[in-house]
Design a protein. Structure first.
Length: 382
């Protein structure tokens, strides 16, 4: 992140490196107060989960609960299926003992610290101070991605429905949230099947068609770089994939859609879906491995319930379709009593004068929860 070098800011940074301990600490507190908001904004902009999880803010002395009646019809047996994170960098857990009126949300602390030689501040070197704040951004984003996608992958890998209601994966006649692709590479049929599965696994609270006449469907598709490459190939390869497809009756995308893909070297929006590329998805990458862990021996079939098999992380990859408008994904966050916001940055007072160092630490208290597994759908490609 960049810090503009106004004369006032340069002078403040120089005072942070002062040999006068009182002056230095006052300047460090002033800088921490000033920089907290820009750091938090940078974290939100870089964090993929920001577009998925909606914030639920609580004061530090508030009861961290939400009413379940707004989400579920509690006359349906096994009506809740909630996955939540309980510790930083820990596996997500399925909440079984759920109260019928209020759900207690789990939160945990995220912390980071950075230090540098005091002489850099004394000389007014903005780049060193800016890089230290960038460290906060990178570490928090990394931790938040791991924690949030643990919840998403757990909900996806174990999700199943029966007549549009959440049920245990092992329930007879249940339909998993994940379906297998028609072939080894992505086809238009796969995208169509994902949307169909997403619609069918969602019904209204009362068992009928959702309030919107268009129905509920996932609208954010997360893919690996390799899969995005296959989507780009839609621009110049035939897209017909049924048993009767041949070189003489091949079908291409409409010219307008091909032009969009050519113009953007891909497509951020395609087939009614917003597409995002994640480095963590794809063979051998962390989110793919997370899904493999949670899926275990669960078997996934094609949309016609044939060709069932378990997910193999070394040869299969997962595509994730999320209904980000459903409010099923929530991020409880505790407002800090000092900063009055979600993030607190403070001077680190552990350094003695002889170390010639100074530093800052940052902390945040948050959690992640999926209140309804039906709002995430997956495609097992491989």
């Amino acid at each position: 992140m960049n810090i503009k070098g106004t004369p006032e800011q340069v002078e403040l940074i120089k005072k942070m490196g002062s040999a006068n301990k009182v002056e230095a600490m006052e300047a460090q507190h002033a800088f921490a107060s000033f920089i907290t908001a820009p750091v938090l904004q940078s974290i939100k902009e870089a964090d993929v989960s920001t577009s998925i999880f909606e914030d639920l803010e609580f004061a530090d002395d508030d009861a961290q609960t939400i009413p379940l009646d707004l989400y579920y019809d509690n006359n349906f047996a096994g009506y809740t299926s909630i996955w939540t994170s309980t510790v930083d960098d820990g596996m997500a857990t399925n909440l079984i003992d759920v109260p019928t009126k209020e759900l207690q949300l789990q939160t945990f602390e995220l912390k980071s610290a950075v230090s540098f030689l005091r002489k850099h501040a004394e000389k007014g070197r903005l780049s060193v101070v800016a890089d230290s704040m960038e460290h906060f951004v990178n570490e928090f984003v990394h931790k938040k991605n791991i924690n949030s996608w643990n919840v998403i992958m757990a909900a996806l890998a174990t999700g199943a429905t029966l007549r549009g209601k959440n049920v245990s994966f092992s329930t007879a006649s249940s339909v998993p949230n994940v379906l297998r692709s028609a072939g080894a590479t992505l086809q238009m049929k796969d995208l169509s099947d994902m949307i169909t599965r997403s619609k069918k696994q969602n019904v209204s609270k009362f068992g009928g068609t959702p309030a919107s006449y268009k129905g509920i469907k996932g609208n954010d598709l997360f893919v690996s770089y390799d899969v995005m490459g296959q989507i780009r190939e839609f621009a110049f390869n035939p897209i017909r994939s049924d048993a009767s497809a041949s070189t003489t009756n091949s079908t291409a995308l409409p010219a307008g859609e091909r032009e969009k893909i050519f113009a953007s070297a891909g497509a951020s929006e395609f087939f009614g879906l917003m597409i995002s590329e994640l480095a963590e998805l794809g063979l051998g990458n962390s989110f793919n491995s997370l899904f493999d862990t949670y899926a275990g021996s669960n078997s996934f079939t094609r949309i016609d319930a044939t060709n069932g098999s378990a997910f193999t992380g070394s040869s299969d990859e997962i595509l994730v379709l999320i209904d980000s408008k459903s409010k099923a994904f929530r991020r409880p966050v505790i407002l800090n009593s000092e900063s009055k916001g979600q993030l607190l940055i403070s001077p680190d007072d552990q350094f003695a004068a002889r170390t010639k160092k100074m530093g800052f630490y940052a902390e945040m208290v948050e959690g992640y929860v999926c209140l309804d597994q039906r709002k995430v759908t997956g495609l097992m490609l491989g």
